[in-house]
Design a protein around this ligand. Structure first.
Ligand code: 2PG
Ligand code: MG
Length: 428
C-alpha cells in the first residue's frame, strides 16, 4: 500500500539555546502525520550540510524565516504526491533541493530544512504503518545502544573553559538501560558534590553537564574519577570515561593551541596517549582536527587496545569519507548525526559504510536540541553500539533518554549492546 503525502507545514520553533530552528510536519492521505525538528551544532565540521539562516541583525543573524518560507514554497510542492513510506525517494528529492545545481532558483533550501523534513517523513511513515519509528528501520532490534552521557561540559559548549569539549561517562557493568541510568545519575550527583567542595561552579554547559571551575583537562578527569569512586563504582570496570576532544576547535595551521601552548600533531597525540594510559578512556572522539588525517591515524595507532577512536567532524556522517578513513586506519568508530548529511537516508548509508568496514557506530544528538526524540529511534533502529545525547539533565536531553527507556520497555527489556572495541589496526 502507498500513502501519498498531501501536505507539508513548516514553522519556526526554538531550540535549547534559545535559537530558532525549523520544524516540519508532513501529512499523508491516510491522515498519518509526522513531525521533525532540526537540531544545530556549535562545534561544526566545515564539510557538514549547511544550515540556511537569514543573516542580518535580528537574532544575531540566526533566524530561519527564509528556510521556513522555502520549505513551503519549494519543498512542499516537490514532496506532495510522493509515498510517505518511501524514505529514499523523499530524501533523494530533499538532497537535490539542497544542492546549488538542482534546486529551483539555484537556492539550496538548507540542511536544517531537509533534516526536519526527512525526520518528519520517518515519523509519518511510522504513523502510516501503525508502528513506532524504530520499527520502520528494524522490526526486531537485538539490543539497546549503550548510553554515553556528559558529566562535564567544556570547549565550545562552555566558553572554552577547557580545550576538551565533552567529558562523558559510559556505564560498563550495567546490563540494562535502567541500571545504566542509575549508575550515571549517581555519578552526576557525586561529581556535583566534588565540584561543590572545590568552590563555585559556572553553571551548566550547553548539553546539561556541570560547567566546572577546573584548571584543565587532567583536573577535570580527576574530578570525574573522584565522582565515580564516591558513587561506589570502579573506574574502568563499572564506568568508563569517554571524551569528545573536538580538536577542530583549537587546531590551527601551526598546530594545536592548548592552554597557552602550541603543539605539533605528534606532540598533541602523545599527550592524549598519555591521558589514555592514565585514565580509563573508552572512547576518544575527534582527537585531531577535521583535516588532520595523520593525527587521526596516530591516535588510532597509539591509543592502545582499550580506547576506541571516533570520527565526528572528521567524517561528517559521509559514507565516502567513512570508507576512505577505514582504509587509512584513521578511525575505529563513526559518529552519526543526521543533520551533518541532511537526510535520514544519507545517515543510513553512513551507518552501512561503517558496518561494511567493521567500524563501531555511535548515534549522536547535537548541542542545540529540542524535544524531538528521533535520535533514540534511529539509534535503536540502526542497531547502534552507543548513543550520545548530552547529559542526564535538561528536558531536551531527558526527552531522548526517557524515550530510549520507553523503547526498551516496549521491546520487553533488551540488554545493552556489547561494549565497542577498537577495530582498526590495533587488536591483539
Ligand atoms: C559533538 C556535538 C555533540 P555539536 O561535537 O559531538 O556533543 O556537539 O552539536 O556542538 O557539534
Ligand atoms: Mg563531536
Amino acid at each position: 500500500m502507498t500513502d501519498p503525502i498531501t501536505a507539508l507545514r513548516a514553522r519556526r520553533v526554538w531550540d535549547s539555546r534559545g535559537v530558532p530552528t525549523v520544524e516540519i510536519e508532513l501529512t499523508a492521505a491516510s491522515g498519518a502525520r509526522g513531525r521533525g525538528i532540526a537540531p544545530a551544532g556549535a562545534s561544526t565540521g566545515r564539510r557538514e550540510a549547511l544550515e540556511l539562516r537569514d543573516g542580518g541583525d535580528v537574532l544575531g543573524g540566526r533566524d530561519v524565516s527564509m528556510a521556513v518560507r522555502l520549505a513551503e514554497e519549494i519543498v512542499a510542492p516537490a514532496l506532495v504526491g510522493l509515498d510517505v513510506r518511501d524514505q529514499e525517494a523523499i530524501d533523494d528529492i530533499l538532497a537535490r533541493l539542497d544542492s546549488v545545481d538542482e534546486s529551483p532558483r539555484g537556492r539550496p533550501v538548507g540542511g536544517n530544512t531537509t533534516t526536519a523534513a526527512s525526520l518528519a517523513a520517518l515519523h509519518a511513515a511510522a504513523a502510516s504503518r501503525g508502528v513506532p519509528a524504530w520499527a520502520v528501520l528494524d522490526p526486531s532490534p537485538h539490543a539497546i545502544p549503550r548510553p554515553q552521557i556528559q558529566i562535564l561540559g567544556g570547549g565550545a559548549h562552555a566558553a572554552h573553559r577547557t580545550a576538551v569539549q565533552d567529558f562523558m561517562v559510559m556505564p560498563l557493568s550495567a546490563v540494562t538501560i535502567q541500571d545504566a541510568f542509575l549508575h550515571v545519575a549517581e555519578v552526576y550527583r557525586t561529581v556535583g558534590e566534588v565540584l561543590a567542595g572545590r568552590g563555585p561552579r559556572r553553571g551548566v554547559a550547553d548539553e546539561g553537564g556541570h560547567w566546572p571551575e577546573v584548571s584543565g583537562t587532567e583536573d577535570a578527569l580527576d574530578v570525574l574519577i573522584e565522582g565515580i569512586e564516591r558513587a561506589g563504582l570502579e573506574p574502568g570496570v563499572d564506568m568508563a570515561i569517554s571524551l569528545d576532544i573536538a580538536a577542530t576547535q583549537f587546531a590551527g595551521p601551526d598546530g594545536y593551541h592548548v592552554q597557552g601552548r602550541t603543539l605539533r600533531t605528534a606532540e598533541w597525540i602523545a599527550e592524549l596517549h598519555r591521558l589514555c594510559e592514565k585514565y580509563p578512556i573508552a572512547t576518544l572522539e575527534d582527537p585531531a582536527g577535521e583535516d588532520d588525517l595523520e593525527g587521526m591515524q596516530l591516535a588510532v595507532a597509539n591509543t592502545g587496545e582499550r580506547t576506541t577512536v571516533v570520527g565526528d567532524d572528521f567524517l561528517v556522517t559521509d559514507a565516502h569519507r567513512i570508507a576512505f578513513s577505514a582504509g587509512e586506519q584513521a578511525v575505529d568508530a563513526v559518529l552519526i548525526k543526521v543533520n551533518q548529511v541532511g537526510t535520514v537516508t544519507g545517515a543510513a548509508r553512513a551507518v552501512a559504510a561503517a558496518r561494511a568496514h567493521h567500524l563501531g557506530v555511535i548515534v549522536s544528538a547535537r548541542s542545540g536540541e529540542s524535544e524531538d526524540v528521533s535520535v533514540a529511534h534511529l539509534a535503536v533502529g540502526w542497531g547502534a553500539d552507543i548513543v550520545k545525547v548530552g547529559s542526564i539533565t535538561r528536558g531536551e536531553r531527558t526527552a531522548k533518554w526517557n524515550e530510549l527507556i520507553r523503547i526498551d520497555d516496549a521491546l520487553g527489556g533488551l540488554g545493552l549492546a556489547a561494549t565497542v572495541r577498537p577495530i582498526a589496526g590495533k587488536q591483539a
